[in-house]
Design a protein around this ligand. Sequence first.
Ligand code: UT7
Length: 334
Amino acid sequence: MSATITASVGAPFARIMSVGAYRPERIVTNEEICQRIDSTDEWIRERSGIIERRFAAPDESVVDMATAAATVALERSGIAIDQVGMVLLATVTHPYQTPSAAAEVADRLGAIQASAMDISAACAGFCYGVALASDMVRAGSARYVVVVGVEKLSDWVNYEDRGTAFLFSDGAGAVVIGPSDEPAIGPVVWGADGSQKDAITMTQSLIDYRDNGGPIFPTLEMQGQQVFRWAVGEMAKASQRALDVAGVAADDLDAFIPHQANMRITDAMVRALKLPEHVPVARDIAYTGNTSAASVPLAMDRMLESGEAPHGGTALLIGFGAGLVYAAQVVTLP
Ligand code: UT7
């Protein structure tokens, strides 16, 4: 006869307790970007909504930025560091294959008892992390989880590529997820379409770079129009499904916080969702650029700090990007 195994027991529900952000100091204008590509400030504003973005300092790492954002989120959560059971870190720009950035961040935070791992789900990484953390808290594998979205895309962009040079930027956002007596994170609607893997990829693998003797270090490469069409066509539908499974109407939202991919994608999603005018929409991209995994928590932090979205309000989140992958959920704002 097999032995009886004791299973873990978690909290009835999970919630986002707090959010923290880190924006690097250096502001990079469209004029500066246009020194390397054939473009204009006007074109960039019109086609992407970006007015300026932030780049990290050369010696400022993904781990530095993640630790800064997580420190703020932890302070705001009020929990003691020894209560953190897991650090989940979403990034595609940590420049080491191994070890994970998450393990280093956990150590820097002093979360020596926490487990830690990185998530590779590009611009959907943060929303993947929220879904996983929520399930961990509810299953009892961790009581408190720090979820970080962080990117230093400036290290992986070809500044001569006019399809990407103006779009991507750097930053970090983090949340603490913990137990709740009421539902505060709705079911996740997520998916992947690897048949579109070439839509956002690298110019070559690091192995090819090594074996071919360069000459050009691998950088991001994007089929902009293909991604644009997919995002506009499919992501509003995924957002609607996330509302439906959470039992929340668009009219009841206090904020819509989509991945800050392109202002025109956000506008198209707002139209497709028939979002009522009273629902505030995150437009952090204007001054932050597209920070991939960091964009949703950065935008959330800005909306709460500016008073645009209320603490305790209901928000629809969606992340989408390279893979192609996506994840959406309705949450109660911290
Ligand atoms: O975060 C991960 C997911 N990523 C995304 O969601 C990004 C999705 N894609 C996009 O946001 C857009 O495709 C871009 C902003 C990257 C590009 O905008 P677009 O409206 O799709 O531009 P396009 O590639 O269709 O090009 C339109 C025109 C072309 O000229 P013609 O053929 O109409 O004369 C391009 O040559 O704009 C030209 N163009 C530029 N002009 C000035 C392309 N890039 C530039 C540029 N500056 N940087």
